[in-house]
Design a protein around this ligand. Structure first.
Ligand code: SF4
Length: 705
């Protein structure tokens, strides 16, 4: 296979260049199709691997690392020699506008909880605010806004086909979208009765107007995060943040006024020219912001990370803090931020140190990466797996000085990514660095004149910004056919849905099945009722949670609907069309209300090979001779005892299968199949987990039977 990388880190792929055949620089939508076509036709015509790589190198935006050879003097990079004629520089691929929307209307819906578990609609690409530390602000230029009509269509079809209950309007700075207030009104009007909330994950201070705040809180209040980045106005001028303390206080005032009581602040430490006064400014700013709550209960969470200089930014030449400096500044914050009403979170400075090494690293780091991996480095992004000593030892073996990668670079030094062009001129970045030292502001070319970064030719490529009135002229979305929840509550129609969870469904946890069912009900378009309050959710209640690893033919949930179902059989069909194959709805019928009862549940279990038949028979014989069988368990940190003998109504072993009937009393402690396997049969925890357990049937029994 060809191993090909892409994404924002791809603009300096040198530290991992030895592991990749090719790297895509820039927008991937078109180039991915061109790569597929090239590889397919290259293979069909019998071309060798190296010939296909030469073909790939002809595609705009495709970098083939092995066609460039770096030369070093000691640790210093002195030359990068192109090895293929007419291929001495690779330029980022930039689309003149965001691609047509048809490919985006059927989003992948994860069955397990994902980090961004919502429908994301990219409303714009590129941000030209010009923050000097920000790589995304340079390598995704220019601004290209999607039309309001396309966004509305994507939202409509995406929500319908996914069942997500949150719609995120994505871009580097969503608040800068030119038609945001009008767009939000339309989306909220459309989805407020379906309890689909709209979130703006990347809002900038100053764009969070009361109008916008009031719209986003109409369904659920999502988190409120602001990124001052630096503690003082002076340092914010250095980084070209373009916001003042006054702007920040106004945003906090609006947020507290609109009902939020928690605000999250993001800061960096170690930005160029930072002094201890700027570090102290972080605490002072947080304290002043909390006062904007004017005596109401309020919490400010302050997140701090060490600044890591990034390639292709004006600060690519700046020094990063040493490990000791980072720790000292974080300690200073820990000691000075008041405890009551504030919480400090910091990014591990050891991780920031290694990030700094790789951020501006060269191809020599491929050796470091492999050496550390061979020494056991895995999943280092997770703090519990991260071990800087392992990396330091690997660096020693590879004869690399890691501190050297954090140093300031000379302006005329050859940088490892200089043969990879993001479109923004090196001279522009240099000028911006100089302007930062003079605290000179560079305005946004989206609404000021071009700042001459070198990217646009103004024929095929230029900023694409919607005229502000577009949203007003776009057609209103058809509003939901659901009525207001409060009106619906007068009559509630409750149905019980029986279903099976077999095969791979055993790997899903209870909460994951809940989420999956919620989305399926939404996709099937059932007239669900929702709970009230800050976080409305469908009024659905589930039978007792099935442990992970257990399959079942007899699960159910009850749902409250606003209107009766005329043809429940059709609902069964509809739901099954939306469900993955390992969950099947078997019946939908009105709920018959009655008092809770005990159940007799029949299980079938098949053991892993390590469990021998004779052993099982021996243990069952011992169990059957006992009048009581006490098991010990820890509940709420206390040791408790339970006699499971009366709960095991029958237990037989034939044809390599264990058949068990367990009583689950509705008003007293019960047992479960794994407890029986471990305590009665004496299986190890692993053997019990590897035993295939299927819940076959459930029968109601009288409480004392
Ligand atoms: S060339 Fe001018 S308009 Fe284009 S992104 Fe750069 S500064 Fe903005």
């Amino acid at each position: 296979p060809f191993v090909i990388a892409g994404g924002s880190c791809a603009l300096n792929p040198e530290p991992v260049a030895d592991f990749f055949d090719a790297v895509v620089l820039g927008d991937g939508e078109e180039v991915v199709l061109e790569i597929i076509e090239t590889v397919r036709s290259g293979k069909a015509q019998g071309h060798s691997r190296i010939e296909i790589l030469h073909m790939l190198a002809k595609i705009d935006g495709v970098y083939v690392p092995q066609f460039f050879e770096p030369r070093y003097k000691g640790q210093e990079l002195v030359e990068v020699t192109p090895l293929v004629e007419d291929y001495d520089r690779v330029t980022r691929r930039v689309l003149s506008e965001l691609p047509p929307v048809d490919i985006l209307v059927q989003p992948l819906v994860p069955l397990v909880k994902a980090v961004h578990d919502r429908l994301g609609v990219e409303i714009a690409r590129g941000c030209t605010r010009g923050c000097r530390f920000c790589q995304a602000g340079m390598i995704y230029r220019p601004v290209r806004e999607r039309s309001v009509e396309d966004i509305l269509r994507l939202a409509e079809e995406g929500i319908k086909s996914s069942g997500f209950d949150e719609l995120a309007l994505l871009s580097l700075s969503s608040g800068d979208f030119s038609c945001l207030p009008g767009l939000l009104v339309k989306l909220m009007d459309r989805y407020v009765h379906e309890y689909v909330s709209v979130s703006l994950p990347s809002m900038r201070v100053g764009t969070l107007t009361p109008e916008v705040i009031n719209q986003i809180k109409r369904v659920r209040k999502t988190g409120f995060t602001v990124a001052p980045e630096a503690g003082t106005d002076r340092l914010r001028e250095v980084i070209n943040k373009g916001i003042t303390e006054q702007d920040l206080m106004k945003s906090c005032q609006d947020a507290f006024g609109a009902g939020w009581n928690l605000i999250k602040f993001y800061f960096m430490i170690g930005l160029p020219t930072e002094t201890m006064e700027d570090v102290d400014g972080i605490v002072e700013l947080a304290v002043r912001a909390r006062k904007e709550a004017q005596g109401k209960r309020a919490q400010i969470n302050v997140s701090v990370a060490t600044f890591v200089p990034k390639p292709h930014t004006p600060f690519q030449w700046a020094a990063q803090l040493t490990l000791e400096e980072s720790k000292e500044r974080i300690d200073r914050l820990k000691n000075t931020l008041p405890r009551k009403g504030f919480k400090l979170k910091w990014h591990d400075p050891y991780q920031s140190y290694l990030e700094g090494v790789f951020s501006r690293g060269d191809r020599k780091l491929s050796v470091l990466l492999e050496t550390a991996w061979r020494a056991g480095a895995r999943l280092d992004g997770w703090s519990e797996h991260f071990n800087l000593t392992r990396w330091q030892k690997a660096a020693e073996n590879a004869k690399l000085d890691l501190d050297w990668y954090l140093r300031a670079r000379d302006m005329d030094e050859l940088l490892p990514w200089d043969h990879l062009h993001c479109g923004v001129d090196r001279s522009y970045l240099q000028k911006e660095y100089e302007k930062s030292l003079q605290q000179t502001y560079t305005p946004d070319c989206r609404n000021h004149k071009c700042q001459q970064c070198g990217l646009c030719d103004f024929k095929t490529l230029k900023p694409k910004v919607n005229p502000p009135e577009t949203s007003r002229h776009s057609p209103a979305l058809k509003s939901s056919n659901r009525k207001d929840n409060k009106q619906q509550e007068r009559t509630v129609f409750s149905y019980r849905v029986h279903y099976s969870r077999t095969g791979d469904a055993r790997f899903l946890g209870h909460l994951e099945v809940l989420q999956l069912i919620f989305r399926v009900l939404q996709r099937a378009g059932l007239p669900l009722l929702f709970s009230q309050g800050y976080n409305p959710s469908p009024r659905v209640s589930f039978s007792q949670a099935l442990p992970v690893g257990v399959e079942s033919h007899v699960e159910y949930f009850d749902m409250d609907l606003a209107v009766p179902l005329n043809k429940p059989d059709e609902v069964v069909k509809k739901l099954n069309q939306q469900l993955p194959g390992f969950i099947r709805v078997t019946d939908v019928a009105p709920v018959v209300k009655k008092s809770p009862v005990s159940c007799l549940i029949h299980y079938e279990m098949r053991f892993p090979d390590s469990v021998k038949t004779d052993y099982v028979k021996e243990k069952l014989a011992v169990f059957s001779e006992k009048d009581e069988f006490i098991v010990e368990r820890i509940r709420k940190r206390k040791k408790r005892e339970l006699d499971v003998k009366p709960l095991v109504r029958s237990i037989n072993f034939k044809e390599e299968t264990l058949f068990v009937d367990l009583l689950h009393p509705h008003n007293a402690a019960g047992t479960n199949p794994r407890e029986i396997l471990e305590k009665v049969l004496g299986l190890s925890n692993t053997e019990a987990l590897l035993t295939r357990i299927v819940k076959i049937s459930s029968r109601e029994v009288a409480a004392k039977s």
